[in-house]
Design a protein around this ligand. Sequence first.
Ligand SMILES: Nc1nc2c(ncn2[C@@H]2O[C@H](COP(=O)(O)OP(=O)(O)OP(=O)(O)O)[C@@H](O)[C@H]2O)c(=O)[nH]1
Ligand SMILES: [Mg+2]
Length: 350
Amino acid sequence: MQEAVEGLRREYGADAIILHTTQKRRWFWGRLGPRHYEVVGAIDRTPKPPATKVAPVVKSQPSRTEPLAPTAPREVVARPDATKFDPSMSEAVQNISGRLLRRDIPKDLVQDLLKDVLARLPREAWNDESAIWTRLKDLVTEKVATVDPWDFSGEQRIVVLIGPTGVGKTTTIAKIAANFSLIGAKSVGLITIDTYRIAAVEQLKTYAEIIGIPVQVAYSPRELKDAIGKMHDRELILIDTAGRSQNNYLQIAELKNHLAGIEAEIHLVISATTKPQDVDEIIKAFGQVTIDRVIITKLDETTTYGVVLQTCERTKAPLSFVTTGQGVPEDIDVATNDKIAQLILGDAQL
Ligand SMILES: Nc1nc2c(ncn2[C@@H]2O[C@H](COP(=O)(O)OP(=O)(O)OP(=O)(O)O)[C@@H](O)[C@H]2O)c(=O)[nH]1
Ligand SMILES: [Mg+2]
């Protein structure tokens, strides 16, 4: 970061003002490779007066330095008045409530967020829209828990993707497999228990062939255990499952039985385009299975991301990956909470 700031000052002079600094990730492998920082500054070329003549400059520099130490957690002051929340209590609160609802965040979550935010603010700031928004950003960032990709310190990872039909489970498996195998040089194996459609097996086999990794098809829980056994030398085993409608509890119970005998990390896959009401149904139905992580797909197909917050809040599971297009392997990102929070609040775009 220091290097990037110095670089900007070298190029634009000591008068350059630093407006904003952020760690840029080339999503996915950027997290594991060299870090990049973006420093946004401004120089006032004709100082008197106007803000309109301030030329923005953007400078990005690779750096291997550690990220800045996280800022100390803010003191949370619980104020008794905040429990008597009334959304119409101030114009600022009403405006922000409207902004959040337009981001497709469900009403009950909007109210909870605002209650929490007001509890963190002195009463004098309850009509200060920008103060509320700043606290809101912190809160949403806290609420969207994210996890780093696996570190594989000698331990085998068995990962299962489950979720509704057509959300992108198989494509996401291909993206993860290609990234870890071809770029991360990990030994990866694929297994599918989606034997309901011939095309589904073919789809995974084709990806495995292109990536150059083994694939197994398991028709029963016993075959699944055998397939895992055969892949004992693989650092990462990714298991694909058949899409299931949230309205078919029986099929989801069957899926649960299928996975019962194995020790695996279960990732629930939900599309960002899902209607908020359906998200609740999906989480309820798939909640029969213990959900360890969440993956949100198709971020590119919408511009509002309330579903991401809703899914994290309802499942209480951290977000592992997000996907942003049909391209394999490139359209997948490791989720980072600050960036996701900005997307949710509409302060950033994809
Ligand atoms: N726009 C967009 N399309 C995606 C994304 N991920 C997957 N898709 C597309 O979604 C469609 C379904 O993808 P699949 O991977 O077959 O979905 P699935 O969940 O395995 O489907 P089932 O196995 O039938 O339940 C394909 O056309 C994919 O290319 C994404 O992040 N963005
Ligand atoms: Mg599939």
